[in-house]
Design a binder for this molecule. Structure first.
Ligand code: FE
Ligand code: CA
Length: 533
């Protein structure tokens, strides 16, 4: 390191906050020098903490996320034996974190100490404050003789900026179904931000090569904190997924498989014996899953303190985007009508009960307020399950998505219209297909309230029947759909227009598969209309 530590850098050090360490004991470990007399020599940022770790601890890479205009969360986990609980003893471990202008770390922008706590699986979340003319920086962690991989990250632009933005949306990366070729292409595309829309892990058992899985989970279905940690460690061991986390900050929300398929609030799926699962038993499992998710994601959220975890939150990207990240799982009512699948007979009366909610009353009102209260060009919902109305008359094809919560959808979209929210874009995953839809409320099919871009799965296999493509495309709300491929969507936004480039993987069962564009769609600001380019 050649640059001297400036007073400005000193202030940046002092301003950093460790999100993972919200209690007083650990806040003190993020220590900046007490006075300029004790500044470290110009050749380094700070002494690297001593460590007794004897095996490579940075096996799961690094990540960043939840950027603001002044700071970004930096993440890593120390795990010499990632598949087996991490491999460290119960002692906490101190790390040095650094953000630099250059990948050689000659010009340090910010640094500090952080403690990887055993109680959180030796994960860390550093809220790293720094300033750079382009908002970009490189980051790494060090302890003892060990240095992490180097990540590239960036801040959001300051208010007033309308700089273009490139967002990659992704979801559904079932390990056993396929490889992550989509991420290799995403890294090449150099997005500013990745938005992960749920199903980061799948909770199922090992799978079966005989039954067509391309690789196996290394454990039975998890239901404990250690079990879920091991599952995250398996997924994060993938080099293509690690590379995508090294590329840019991510904003992550969860869907169902981070806990269990199609769970709703504290209601589990029917148990393996065909009987309902005791909500107390399921809530304990959910708490373990929520903690493991929090531990492994680069999120700007305090650690869970009880069985719940609030993850819905809002982001600003200059004056270009006001983004609201939703939680469609934790507060929803149980799926109506027994959550039947592909039902084409009229829905039971329960489905249209106005008391039913996808988001819960509090989040629903918060989301309307959060989108209404912004000068941004684009108002964006990061959303779990399909919001476009694909009901067939009185029939609901999929009770797990917003069709099963239509009164709540009507309240949300009507509320946004009444509050004057324009240029509404909903970004969605879950359903393992690529689609574009017009958002409408019940009884007003000709008034488009916004556009939904549904990204296909990174690797999870199709869960719609053969021949359904024609059925979907024939629906009046569906602009287009492609059901056969895995991939992601690359969104390019300016103050004038929004382009969605649907990148699809030729064959996700091949790790080095080619990736190409299926179609590109355009929304021009001011018009709730989407056209194919
Ligand atoms: Fe999925
Ligand atoms: Ca899902």
């Amino acid at each position: 390191m050649t640059g001297p530590i400036s007073r400005r850098m000193f202030l940046a050090l002092g301003a950093s906050v460790v999100v993972a360490a919200c209690n007083d004991t650990n806040a003190s470990t993020d220590s900046a020098p007490a006075s300029t007399d004790s500044l470290p020599p110009p050749s380094s940022t700070m002494p690297v903490p001593k460590s007794s770790i004897t095996r490579e601890p940075f096996t799961l890479g690094v990540a960043s996320g939840d950027p603001t205009a002044t700071s970004v969360i930096l993440w890593t986990r120390l795990a010499p034996d990632p598949a087996n609980g991490g491999g460290l003893d119960a002692a906490d471990v101190d790390l040095l974190w650094e953000v630099a202008r250059d990948p050689d770390f000659t010009e340090i922008l910010a640094s500090g100490l952080v403690t990887a706590e055993a109680r959180y699986g030796h994960t860390v979340h550093v809220d790293a404050t720094f300033a750079a003319p382009d908002g970009r920086g490189y980051f790494r962690f060090r302890t003892g003789e060990w240095t992490s991989p180097i990540g590239s990250t960036r801040l959001a632009p300051a208010p007033g900026s309308n700089d273009p933005l490139r967002i990659a949306t992704a979801s559904c990366q079932n390990w056993t179904d396929g490889y992550y070729a989509a991420y290799a292409d995403m890294v090449d595309q150099k997005p500013d931000l990745v938005l992960f829309l749920g199903d980061y892990i799948y909770e199922g058992g090992p799978g079966s090569l005989e039954n067509g899985d391309v690789r196996l989970h290394d454990s039975e279905e998890p239901d404990t904190l250690v079990g879920y940690r091991n599952r995250y460690a398996l997924y994060r061991s993938d080099p293509l997924l690690q590379a995508a986390h090294l590329t840019c900050p991510w904003i992550v929300i969860w869907d169902d498989h981070e806990v269990e398929n199609n769970y709703a609030g504290t209601t589990a799926q029917i148990g393996p014996d065909g009987e309902p699962v005791d909500p107390a038993v399921f809530t304990a499992r959910r708490a373990a899953a929520y903690q493991a998710w929090w531990e492994h994601m680069p999120v700007r959220l305090p650690a869970p303190t009880d069985e719940n975890l609030t993850i819905y939150r809002r982001f600003a990207w200059g004056d270009l985007v006001n983004l609201v990240a939703l939680d469609g799982r934790q507060y929803r009512n149980d799926q109506a009508c027994g959550d039947v699948v592909l039902q084409v007979t009229p829905a039971c009366p329960e489905a249209s009960d106005p008391a039913r909610s996808m988001l819960g009353d509090e989040q629903e009102q918060w989301a309307i307020d959060a989108l209404a209260d912004s000068p941004a060009v684009w108002n964006v919902l990061a959303n779990q399950t399909v919001m476009t109305d694909i009901r067939l008359g009185e029939a609901i094809i999929n009770y797990d998505q917003w069709d099963g919560y239509a009164p709540g959808r009507d309240r949300l979209l009507t509320g946004l219209t009444e509050r004057g929210v324009a240029n509404l874009i909903v970004l969605t995953g879950d359903i393992h297909l690529a689609g574009v839809g017009n958002l409408t409320v019940t009884g007003e099919p000709d008034t488009v309230r916004g556009i939904e871009f549904v990204t296909t799965s990174i690797s999870s296999g199709s869960n719609t029947p053969d021949g359904a493509e024609d059925l979907f495309i024939a629906l009046p709300t569906i602009v287009d759909a492609e059901l056969a491929h895995r991939g992601y969507t690359m969104h390019t936004l300016s103050a004038e227009d929004w382009t969605a480039d649907y990148r699809i993987v030729d064959d996700a069962r091949v790790e080095s598969s080619a990736v190409r564009t299926w179609k590109r769609f355009l929304v021009t600001a001011g018009t709730p209309t989407v056209v194919e380019l």
